[in-house]
Design a protein around this ligand. Structure first.
Ligand code: XLS
Ligand code: MG
Length: 344
């Protein structure tokens, strides 16, 4: 058994390099130029936020919004690309300052739910049935400001809204434990899959697992992936890397911990990831030090490392490993894996 790996990223992964402490350091790359880069860099599909597909989303009529989404679909066809998913960007509008589905203001909650239904329509127009839900501001800055049980009910209701809006749409929740909030309500894969069971259509709610988010939760990405795979609910991944418990770094895949990356590739390959059309997403950021002409290397390098690690995974000596497991000589197994990682 083996995985089938096709790669994808989002237009936000080619960026100007602004951070909370300083302005942009690179020129903006036009959307059309980004689309040209996908194939050049070895990628086959595009991950979108709703307003990546339709800029100025709030200022257009529904008809105009969907016409723009169809035009993007035609552009994807020209470039031989597919749309992997669309994610509602629910964290920038003033109405989502205190959360979207869990805002304490009913008008703001209404805005978020309307936007999500429109996001489903945009997904259909751009040619995908997958919605990713990164619930950026569903959580609290201050524990006493919200009721966590009521917030959970509100998230379920908002997801139900989307599931009812389109009986074929699937929703992959992307859990993250914190940032921008102090504490987020759906911090792990387990929370997301438990939530799925509460919805009107549990089989249509799964996960998109991001390595850095899992590390921020103090967990192991490959084990979280294995958990979701066991449920048949791993519908996308956002591979990257993270150096300890700090802000979300989105470092190039495998750049911090080679063995942790190796184990992610290993679990995906062992469980035929991709055989139902799932993509390998690389949600990585270029270092701010990169210039205009070298600011896509984080994407090609992450893909290269995935493929190099796939060779390492596929050249493991399974007989020797089984033998060591049977003998319960895990010290020797440890050395065996490390030696293999270092090239034999
Ligand atoms: C942020 C997330 C975001 C989602 C898509 O950490 O990675 O970009 O992947 O909404
Ligand atoms: Mg992500």
């Amino acid at each position: 058994m083996a995985g089938t790996f096709r790669f994808t990223f989002g237009p936000w992964n080619i960026h100007e390099g602004a951070d909370p402490f300083g302005p942009a350091v690179r020129d903006t790359v036009a959307f059309n130029r980004k689309l040209e880069l996908y194939r050049e860099l070895g990628f086959e599909a595009v991950q979108f936020h709703d307003d990546d597909v339709v800029p100025d989303l709030g200022e257009r009529s529904v008809a105009d919004t969907l016409a723009q989404a169809r035009a993007v679909r035609a552009k994807l066809d020209e470039h031989g690309l597919a749309a992997e998913f669309v994610a509602p960007r629910l964290w920038e509008d003033p109405r989502t300052i205190d959360g979207a589905f869990t805002s304490n203001d009913p008008a703001c909650r209404g805005y978020a739910r309307d936007r999500c239904r429109l996001c489903v329509d945009i997904a259909n127009a751009v040619g995908t049935k997958l919605i990713v839900l990164w619930m950026a501001r569903e959580g609290t800055y201050l524990r006493e400001s919200k009721d966590s049980a009521q917030a959970t009910d509100r998230i379920v209701a908002a997801i139900d809204d989307m599931l009812r809006h389109d009986p074929d749409i699937r929703i992959a929740i992307e859990p993250k434990p914190n940032e921008p909030m102090d504490q987020s309500y759906i911090p792990t894969t387990g929370h997301a899959l438990a939530l799925a069971q509460r919805t009107v259509s549990p089989s249509r709610v799964g996960v998109n697992i991001e390595s850095a988010h899992v590390i921020l939760a103090g967990l192991d990405p490959s084990d979280e992936m294995g958990f979701a795979l066991s449920f048949g609910k791993l519908w996308s991944v956002h591979l990257n890397d993270q150096n300890g418990l700090k802000f979300d770094q989105d470092k190039s895949f495998a750049s911090v911990d080679l063995r942790r990356a190796f184990n992610q590739v290993r679990v995906l390959d062992a469980h035929d990831y991709g055989s139902n059309g799932e993509y390998v997403g690389l949600d990585v950021k270029a270092m701010r030090t990169q210039g205009d002409d070298t600011a896509t290397k984080h994407l090609s390098n992450s893909r290269t490392m995935f493929l190099r690690l796939l060779d390492v995974v596929r050249s493991l000596d399974h007989g020797a490993i089984q033998d060591l497991i049977a003998k319960r000589d895990y010290e020797e197994l440890d050395l065996h894996i490390m030696t293999h990682l270092m090239g034999g």
